[in-house]
Design a protein around this ligand. Structure first.
Ligand SMILES: [Fe+2]
Ligand SMILES: [Fe+2]
Length: 306
């Protein structure tokens, strides 16, 4: 992609931002009550769907579990967006403020600000704890936020954005899902389409510009980001909401063929793009294998504590 192509794309994305941006404070009726019979993620996407635990749950408990799973996904989204905003602002600091691609980076920060407020309001409406990465993942998040640039920055962004996008495209169209979650998903999908386009183009450009040594290290960081998304999309603490020990629920989800296929389905698009750029190999491959996002056996023996 030449510099003028980069400016051309950024100009188009700025135009789209001007005409298709939503203020969740105005667009969403936060006071409307939940519908008793509806789920918060499509039931077949619940991490325990089809397991012995699921079969023994009442309908109400199944709905409760999906409420906490939706909150877990939103919590991961906020955590990730907060890292992304720091990276974009740091990149912008070094750029020409008259360039369209620099202005687009700042516009994307504005989108993510609204998204994180929207997800936060949704978690309040769901009445759940705030679930987000902790322990080693929390530390790695701080490190990435402070240091990531180039291919590892844009690949980590894409992994999280595209997985969320696939899940939300289905949720926004599902009549089994609460109207509030459908609306939040719809707003996010519309605005994230621009982010995915921008990150895909930037990633390809930065991979071409990077040397071999740089890419070897970046592939390791990218593998770790994939591992985090695959293993922390659903926080183990969600299972407390149905009276199941987190480690038992987590183990059942990791062994659940339905959930394993959900993870592969959610990762399919970004995995295929990153494979084309030759970013899924080398020192990061083992982490990819354990993430559950690749089309192969996910490791059931990974500790929930890491
Ligand atoms: Fe977002
Ligand atoms: Fe985004």
């Amino acid at each position: 992609m030449s510099i003028s192509d980069r400016e051309h794309l950024a100009t188009r994305l700025l135009q789209s931002s001007a005409s298709h941006s939503y203020d969740p404070g105005i667009e969403i009726d936060w006071d409307s009550p939940a519908v008793d019979s509806l789920y918060y993620v499509p039931p077949h996407r619940s991490s325990l769907y089809g397991t012995a635990i699921w079969e023994n749950l009442t309908q109400e408990q199944r709905i409760t579990l999906t409420r906490h799973e939706a909150a877990s996904i939103a919590g991961l989204g906020i955590w990730f967006e907060t890292i992304l905003m720091q990276l974009l602002i740091r990149g912008y600091y070094r750029q020409d403020p008259t360039a369209a691609h620099a202005q687009y980076a700042l516009t994307e920060v504005a989108d993510e600000c609204r998204h994180s407020v929207m997800f936060g309001k949704m978690i309040t409406a769901l009445g759940t704890p705030v679930y987000r990465p902790d322990g080693v993942n929390e530390f790695l998040g701080k490190w990435i936020a402070a240091t990531a640039t180039g291919p590892r920055m844009f690949a980590a962004i894409l992994i999280c954005e595209e997985i969320l996008d696939t899940l939300q495209r289905e949720a926004m169209a599902s009549e089994q899902v609460q109207p509030l979650v459908r609306m939040v998903s719809r707003i996010h999908v519309v605005e994230e389409a621009r982010h995915v386009r921008y990150a895909r183009e930037e990633l390809a450009r930065q991979v071409r510009a990077a040397g071999k040594g740089r890419l070897a290290f970046d592939k390791l960081v990218i593998g770790r980001a994939a591992y985090l998304c695959g293993t922390r999309l659903i926080h183990p603490a969600v299972y407390k909401s149905i009276g199941v020990r987190p480690s038992d629920g987590w183990a059942a989800a990791r062994a659940n063929p339905h959930f394993r296929s959900t993870l592969r389905w959610a990762g399919e698009r970004v995995v295929s793009y990153l494979k084309d750029l030759d970013l899924i190999d080398g020192p990061g491959k083992m982490l990819w294998n354990r993430s559950g996002l690749l089309d192969q056996q996910a490791a059931g023996s990974v500790s929930p504590a890491t």
